[in-house]
Design a protein around this ligand. Sequence first.
Ligand code: NAP
Length: 287
Amino acid sequence: MTQTTGRLIDGNALSKQLRAEVAQRAAALKARGITPGLAVILVGDNPASQVYVRNKVKACEDSGLHSVLEKYDAAMTETQLLARIDALNNDPGIHGILVQLPLPAHIDAHKVIEAISPAKDVDGFHVASAGALMVGQPGFWPCTPYGCMKMLESIHYDLKGKHAVVIGRSNIVGKPMALMLLQKNATVTICHSGTKDLKAMTLQADVIVAAVGKRNVLTADMVKPGAVVIDVGMNRNDEGKLCGDVDFEGVKQVASWITPVPGGVGPMTITMLLVNTMEAAERVAAA
Ligand code: NAP
């Protein structure tokens, strides 16, 4: 039966549950003498990045993971940053390394990410992690699309044979999202700024993931009744309040399930960082 009024997939509630599981796993590993550790590197003083790294470090501490926040001046050179990453790659107390993006313009972000050991790439941005996802091998999945998959799992949604439309094709959200959906046997369409008729695509979708960064990219007239809608976007409305890519009030009348912004994908992203860090530490412990 198709449900016609959108029920919320609550990212805060699901995060709480998953973080409690992480805390249990961390305690079990600690009992064996290993404390899972995450190093977070911030270069420069981007205000949004400062908030993000603070939240990540706090989330680690709340779940019993060890975390180190390394803050550097915007004048830090690429060579200096690469040397820090090399040291962290060789630090047995650190299981995950996260370099907060964006980096200052004089530092090559790609080179920096590639310097992180794939075994510690808990953000899942390394080419080795992307390749592992592509070929279906174990590796670290990027936290945001991984969180979206957990949200679909939480409503016991069987993706097999369903048509999923992903709006956005970035390396950190859209593309890995599409690969994860494909891995679960959905038929996947990826849309982007060059897509000719977005509405014609989304109207065919059983699942829509909006990862664009523009308000109201998805409105009620673009959604098939009963579709599941995941909103990754983070934008500000006219009142300066956080909102997603989806016209939430309109679309929730048509969708069967919908994620809110805030309180949807956002908290799940940090949660999956904890999950990946935990996984990295457990792999070391099992080796
Ligand atoms: P991005 O790198 O800017 O990618 C945006 C994508 O949207 C691009 O592929 C672009 O197409 C496509 N696009 C732009 N306008 C479009 C349109 N009118 N119709 C269809 N597609 C369009 O952004 P991102 O890093 O993937 O992030 C997307 C959004 O998610 C942002 O709001 C970001 O803040 C948010 N986000 C949230 C979280 C979270 O934790 N909640 C995490 C990461 C990102 P082209 O490739 O053709 O340019």
